[in-house]
Design a protein around this ligand. Structure first.
Ligand code: C2E
Ligand code: CA
Ligand code: CA
Ligand code: CA
Length: 279
């Protein structure tokens, strides 16, 4: 029986290949990453397109691995979802972001909305509403200055439960946005059911608008859709002013992208905002 076990183990290794092995290793190491303080948060500015003012910050998770260096969240978030670590990590992030927002205000930054990415697992397990309530209470951050970024697929799972969580979050007064909008489902009936505040146009459409008529048409229709539901539209992945000019002409409300700033450490974000406030 022992022999069999070993063969099976080897068999898995062979079929999983390098990718699967790395994923498993990351999953194991992620369990320690939080307590070992290898995780940190950067903040990417979000600007009002018409005034040029910083109005928000998206919190983006970072993992400085002791031997591998910086690992992309695109790689380790799926691993954290697979082993459930995304729940304690997200709860830590939520608290830290709310406290950071209050610390910035004491340092002279004008009030801004901090946006946090949500994982589908937070809707299925754990108590997202209790965690949000606690993070707001502990930090003193007003609820309307916290935004949760959801994805279309989250809103389309088990609708009873999702609906309840969303309405409790709305009752708290937090803002909700739909991330990567346009990449998910063509059925937009859920926009009617869930009172979200903002649509984030996926960067895959934004990137091409200066060159591609199809992308421009998609971006235009998302902005129109947002406004017809009284929602704001934000474009992410804005990398140049030609793109920003088109977005402005198309009445997009907010922008986020390398054209303005990449994700910054808290101190650098403070500097960025303070100099933005002065101009
Ligand atoms: P996302 O939420 O769509 O975040 C936007 C990503 O685009 C970020 O990558 C950001 O750095 C990048 N980006 C921003 N502006 C530009 C630009 O002008 N050009 C280009 N090429 N890229 C730009 P990042 O930080 O690597 O995050 C990747 C994804 O990881 C995020 O996509 C999000 O889905 C996930 N993620 C990050 N932090 C968290 C978190 O705290 N919780 C959860 N659940 N997911 C997270
Ligand atoms: Ca996001
Ligand atoms: Ca996005
Ligand atoms: Ca994305």
């Amino acid at each position: 029986a022992k022999e069999d076990g070993r063969n099976t183990y080897r068999f898995y290794h062979n079929t999983m290949g390098e990718q699967g092995l790395r994923r498993l290793t990351l999953q194991t190491e992620l369990r320690q990453a939080l307590v070992k303080q290898q995780l940190f948060i950067q903040y990417q500015p979000q600007l009002d397109l018409r005034t040029g003012r910083v109005v928000g910050a998206e919190a983006l998770l970072r993992w400085r691995h002791p031997t591998e260096g910086l690992i992309s969240p695109a790689e380790f978030i799926p691993a954290a979802e697979a082993n459930g670590m995304i729940i304690p990590i997200s709860n830590w992030l939520l608290r830290t972001v709310c406290q950071q927002a209050m610390a910035w205000r004491k340092q002279g930054m004008a009030p801004l909305v901090v946006a946090v990415n949500c994982s589908a697992l937070q809707f299925r397990q754990g108590d997202l509403v209790a965690e949000v309530t606690q993070a707001l209470a502990d930090s003193g951050l007003p609820a309307h200055l916290l935004e949760l970024e959801l994805t279309e697929s989250m809103l389309l799972q088990d609708s009873e439960r999702v609906m309840q969580i969303i309405s409790r979050l709305k009752a708290l007064g937090v803002k909700l946005s739909i991330d990567d909008f346009g990449t998910g489902y063509s059925n937009m009936a859920y926009l009617k059911r869930f009172a979200v505040d903002k649509l984030k146009i996926d960067q895959s459409f934004v990137k091409g608008i200066a060159r591609n008529a199809d992308d421009e048409a998609i971006v235009q229709s998302i902005i129109t859709l947002a406004h017809s539901f009284n929602l704001k539209a934000i474009a992410e992945g804005v990398e140049d002013y030609a793109t920003a000019d088109i977005l402005l002409a198309r009445s997009c409300d907010e922008v986020q992208g390398y054209c303005y700033a990449k994700a910054l450490d808290p101190d650098a974000f403070l500097d960025f905002s303070l100099s933005n406030q002065k101009t």
